[in-house]
Design a protein around this ligand. Structure first.
Ligand code: 5MM
Length: 343
């Protein structure tokens, strides 16, 4: 089957549009339950709908957000007035997307490592998601760093699955977000982050080529190169930015339209500062933007949990993070912005 190249390129460009980034609101029910319970809210279909819906409906969200990644449950939900969620963001010029992997599962033969599943029946699911309005999709591979990890077997299994997923998406007219996340948990140095991230990205792009994926019609969602969170020596914002770009220049083809970084457990401020520093350096062939989950959602969730009736306060907290990261996407973020709430 051929792919609609023009449609894919147009969608991919819109996802990485100037001054905007992607909201990752695609936590599985298990993850969302952990997030909600951590702030004292019972996790039900309605509480998950209530929280995500307030972000999707926030006025001016489309000034900062190009696309929203939803979970299967979310894509089928609607706002209080009955407007389906995929239409709600679209009407505000935000593209709806869908997480299509079914999670990282233990990889047989490789204790402690995972492979992301979800290829069985994916062609059929993509057809349905497209009918429901999804314009792009997401699949996250998870790679941990340890003494003897990651193994070659784990990297190759995940890279192959990512490429198979990406080609299936493109045949369905859906832009795949390709997310090979190297976790920053551990005490490894930034040198080790670089070594592993470069190896993983090389494997992913080799598999994307093998599986005939159109690079102009994907968005890459990688980790930044950080020192492991428990490493005694933490790299500065400037070092993270310089080393991430230097590494990516070596391994990410110029045909890729954009790199939308994940936040990966960084503080909200660090996630913005790192993206900002990279955009200030610039001189790269791809757009550099964000596809943040926690770094966009944690702050409004805390506000909402304090008083679920005060939707406007939670929306303001969400818009504040979106605005800071949109500024970082242009290289115009400053720490002082953290004290200015969106009017
Ligand atoms: C929002 O979280 C996403 C879903 O995670 P689970 O499948 O584990 O529930 C996750 O894939 C997310 O899109 C990325 O990890 C980026 O999010 P962060 O929080 O790292 O920016």
């Amino acid at each position: 089957m051929t792919v609609d190249r023009a449609r894919l390129e147009e969608t991919a460009q819109a996802m990485v549009a100037q001054g905007k980034g992607i909201l990752a609101a695609d936590e599985s029910n298990a993850t969302m339950t952990k997030r909600l319970e951590a702030v004292g809210i019972e996790s039900t279909p309605d509480s998950r709908r209530g929280f995500r819906g307030l972000m999707f409906a926030a006025e001016s969200a489309a000034d900062y957000i190009s696309g929203v990644i939803m979970y299967d449950e979310t894509l089928r939900q609607a706002s209080d007035d009955g407007t389906p969620f995929p239409v709600l963001p679209a009407s505000a010029a935000i593209l709806p997307g869908i997480k299509v992997d079914t999670g990282a599962k233990p990889l047989a033969g490789f204790p402690g490592e995972t492979v992301t599943e979800g290829l069985d029946g994916l062609r059929g699911r993509l057809g349905e998601y497209r009918e429901l309005g999804a314009r792009f999709a997401k699949w996250r591979a998870v790679i941990g760093i340890g003494e003897d990890r990651p193994t070659h077997g784990c990297i190759e299994a995940n890279a192959h699955a990512l490429a198979r997923y990406a080609r299936l998406c493109q045949e369905a007219g859906i832009v795949p977000i390709v997310e090979p996340e190297v976790l920053m948990d551990g005490d490894h140095s930034i040198d080790r982050s670089e070594e592993v991230t470069a190896t993983v990205l090389r494997a992913v792009f080799a598999q994307l080529a093998e599986q005939r994926v159109l690079l102009e019609g994907i968005v890459l969602k990688p980790n930044m190169l950080l020192s492991g969170y428990d490493c005694p020596e933490q790299a500065s914002v400037e070092e993270v930015a310089e080393r991430t770009l230097a590494c990516f220049r070596r391994v990410v083809p110029a045909a890729v339209p954009g790199i939308a970084f994940l936040s990966g457990g960084q503080s909200d401020e660090r996630a913005a500062a790192h993206l900002n520093a990279m955009n200030r350096i610039g001189g790269v062939p791809w757009e550099l933007t964000f596809s943040y989950g926690r770094a966009l959602v944690a702050a409004p969730l805390k506000v909402w949990a304090a008083d679920t009736a005060e939707v406007a306060d939670a929306q303001a907290a969400f818009l504040h993070r979106a605005r800071c990261n949109a500024a970082a996407r242009r290289g115009e973020y400053a720490e002082s912005m953290e004290h200015e709430l969106v009017a």
